[in-house]
Design a protein around this ligand. Sequence first.
Ligand code: 4GX
Length: 243
Amino acid sequence: MIFDVVTIFPAMVEAALSVGVVGRAIEKGLLEVKVRDLRDFTTDRHRSVDDQPFGGGPGMVMKVEPIFKALDAIEAARGTKGTVLLTSPQGAVFNQGLAARLSERQHLVLLCGRYEGVDERVRSRVDEEISIGDYVLSGGELPALVVVDAVARFVPGVVGDDQSVAEDSFSRGLLDFPHYTRPAEIGGERVPDVLMSGNHGDIRRWRRRQSLARTLERRPELLDTAALDDEERRILDELRRKA
Ligand code: 4GX
């Protein structure tokens, strides 16, 4: 899968993509990520990417021409426009379902906005506008990194164990169950006996119940859309009766 990221802070994006699961996937050739410096697509002496807003008001607006030139260069280099994404608070809120859908695209282009945002005419070349949540950031780089990371995890081979992607709590629509490692006891807090029992049926049922109980407690709205099997339905009914 191919990602092009357009930003005025390429070093920030490169650094984040060079480590961990995504960094390794790039090394393995499963992902190709090219970070492009928006200033390389300017033509003036000052390499300006922003200008004052028509109509007045505070802050600056990202100019159209460098962004269009960057998109043209990407299309020329790749032979495809790709699916162009703009990260902004005005976008559809990103979630695991959207990450899964985007992972079916062969080529994504992420535009990272700064300042007050982009000239509205940039949106004529944007396929999807995506927000990573209802808070205000200083730029679109962190959101673009969030999107690359969450989407890349769906590309076969990127996450070592395919099983863990399928079982990822949000892929199942539920919160994760509690995890423990050694030591078995610390400060009087013990690992639940069932996890030490070696009974894999019991362990599986305990984890399902924990996932459901946590979801019911912390994010009950997720249960409206979670794909539950008969056993999970039964456990959930029981948890609700107890509550
Ligand atoms: N989820 N921001 C982008 C500038 C901007 C505004 C409009 C393009 C269009 C954010 C978020 C976020 C702040 C990043 C404004 N660029 N982006 N930036 N939350 O808060 O995605």
